[in-house]
Design a protein around this ligand. Sequence first.
Ligand SMILES: [Zn+2]
Length: 90
Amino acid sequence: MATNKIPMRMCIACKENKPKRELIRIVRLDDRFELDFTGKLNGRGAYICNNADCVEAMCKHKLLSKSFKMNVPMAEYDYLRGKFLENREN
Ligand SMILES: [Zn+2]
């Protein structure tokens, strides 16, 4: 039996390695960012835990700047946090 390797990714906030499916992908689309809940968006991505602590830490420490090697405006963090909270409530 071949073992199915679970793809692991590292959260940009807590740096823990977790199965990709348990993380939310953040994708850069040209000049903006989006949370990719479906895993279907193309683009450069970063991963973050599906929990508020990591999302807050990302916003507080502007962690996307490192991942994407660019200055990400605070408005993008606010947008992503909003999207995250919106998704949680559903
Ligand atoms: Zn995390």
